[in-house]
Design a protein around this ligand. Structure first.
Ligand code: 5GP
Ligand code: MG
Length: 182
């Protein structure tokens, strides 16, 4: 299936230009999946994608995983407009008991790290066997929290991006490629 890719797009009042193409995104995801396949064989890890942004990454990552694994989604949000406001706004909790499980949190992007810095201690209370962090994208310059990200797809500069699950006030999540604000 061919899809035509646009160099520039407009969402609400802002213009965005093409930044990371689908092909490069998928190759970064395949690299992460290989590492997880190697490290978690016979461990039946529980992958916990953080909604909304991580839905597309989680789906493509799942397709590259060849080991037995389980998925359970949670919801957290600390973004409004184009910047993180540092407070966790909404949350749909975890239905699974993660005690003794090998857990991997799946994020679309780690920006300030505040969202995960709040989530990780909560999950650790349940005493998982291990807890690792996996993000498709990471903005090292924006990082404020003291977090170790175990699996990173692509490091990017501190610019606002959309596409591949990431939105600007609701729009842009359906784009196959990632776009950067102009
Ligand atoms: P953090 O708590 O690390 O600052 O931000 C985490 C969440 O903010 C990410 O999971 C993502 O949903 C959102 N976010 C961070 N940077 C961007 C960005 O450049 N674009 C969009 N659309 N969302 C972002
Ligand atoms: Mg997110």
């Amino acid at each position: 299936m061919e899809t035509t890719q646009q160099k520039f797009i407009t969402l609400h009042d802002k213009q965005f230009s093409i930044f990371i193409e689908e092909k490069r995104i998928l190759s970064a995801i395949e690299t992460i999946a290989k590492k997880i396949n190697d490290s978690y064989k016979d461990k039946n890890p529980l992958l916990i994608p953080v909604l909304n942004g991580a839905f597309m990454f989680a789906a493509d990552l799942a397709k590259f995983l060849t080991i037995n694994c389980e998925f359970s989604f949670i919801k957290a949000s600390s973004y409004s407009g184009t910047s993180s406001n540092g407070t966790l706004q909404e949350k749909i909790g975890l239905s699974e008991n993660i005690n003794g499980r090998h857990v991997i949190i799946i994020e679309d992007i780690i920006d300030t790290g505040n969202t995960l810095a709040r989530l990780v201690p909560e999950l650790e209370l349940q005493l998982p066997a291990s807890l690792k962090l996996c993000a498709l994208l990471h903005k090292p310059e924006a990082m404020k929290a003291d977090l170790k990200v175990d699996y990173i797809g692509i490091e990017i500069p501190n610019d606002f991006i959309v596409g591949y699950g990431l939105d600007y006030d609701g729009l842009g999540r359906n784009l196959r490629d990632i776009y950067k604000i102009v």
